[in-house]
Design a protein around this ligand. Structure first.
Ligand code: ZN
Length: 285
């Protein structure tokens, strides 16, 4: 599932090619993957691309925005008239195979002759149209927590939430998009490892000193994720190659049974907050 770094990688790639494009035609192949009146997209051109948490936002000069939820298996793939590719998302071979294919849900034909495909195997993702000046009122965005880099995400903010939800696990709290935007299973496990805190620890038992460290390691793992973890349609080769490249950067995620890179204990796997969870029994208390 794409987390903040993967969505940011898609955003950076599409920003190279989408600015100034006009949308000539919108084909919705699966209705529940598209919310809004498609005709509004034919006015104006792409002005900017931004991201909030795991949500990608394409802003048009007409005052409308396209909100792209990639969810479990979504992909946004740009194919130029000369077959140059950009974008990305869920790392499977649709990124390099012929498009449209059986997982294509929405097709946007662009003024340059390029095409933007929204693919989604599991169909939990969607495109949604919303007025740019009213994005604060969009139900998902209205509830979304601060970005991990935002001033609003400070020690007292998170400390108060941990105190209020003291019986929840720290992992469960960090996965909640209303607490902080963009973290998912991979980066929560990695941030907790670097902070030395077990994912199953009760939120109320996280010490002030650990909280400070955790705030830093969250940003650290996300920045490293943007550098190494995301995949773009431009440099995707195959799913196995990508797994290898990402795995080198990870300390605990999907490394159960392997040696900890810091203390040589064996990494363990358990279930916390309903999710497969990886930790080092030596480094994390
Ligand atoms: Zn260790």
């Amino acid at each position: 599932m794409p987390e903040l770094p993967e969505v940011e990688t898609v955003r950076l790639g599409l920003e190279r090619v989408l600015l100034g494009e006009k949308i000539k035609r919108v084909e919705v192949l699966l209705k529940h993957c598209f919310h809004g009146r498609a005709s509004v997209l034919k006015k104006g051109e792409v002005e900017s691309l931004t991201r909030r948490g795991k949500l990608l936002q394409i802003h048009m000069t007409s005052g409308w925005s396209i909100l792209v939820h990639l969810r479990m298996t979504g992909q946004l793939i740009y194919v130029s008239s000369t077959e140059e590719r950009e974008g990305g998302g869920h790392p499977d071979d649709s990124l390099i195979n012929n498009l449209p294919n059986k997982h294509t849900r929405v097709v946007l034909s662009l003024s340059s002759g390029a095409t933007l495909y929204f693919n989604d195997q599991r169909t939990f993702g969607s495109l949604k149209l919303w007025k740019t000046d009213a994005l604060d009122e969009e139900p998902f965005l209205a509830k979304l927590g601060p970005e991990p880099w935002a001033k609003a995400f400070h020690k007292n903010y998170l400390g108060d939430i941990l105190a209020r939800r003291k019986r929840s696990t720290i992992k469960g709290v960090l996965l909640d998009q209303e607490v902080v935007a963009g973290l998912g299973n991979i980066y929560v496990d990695e941030a907790l490892f670097l902070a030395g805190v077990r994912p199953s620890r009760k939120a109320g038992d996280v010490k002030k000193r650990e909280l400070s460290k955790l705030m830093k390691t969250i940003v650290e793992v996300l920045e490293r994720g943007i550098e190494y973890g995301g995949v773009s349609a431009r440099d995707y080769v195959n799913a196995e190659g990508l797994k290898g490249k990402m795995q080198e950067q990870l300390y605990v995620y999907r490394r159960e049974g392997q040696l900890c890179k810091q203390c040589e204990s064996l990494i363990e796997k358990t279930k916390v907050a309903g999710r497969g969870t990886h930790y080092c029994p030596g480094c994390q208390k």
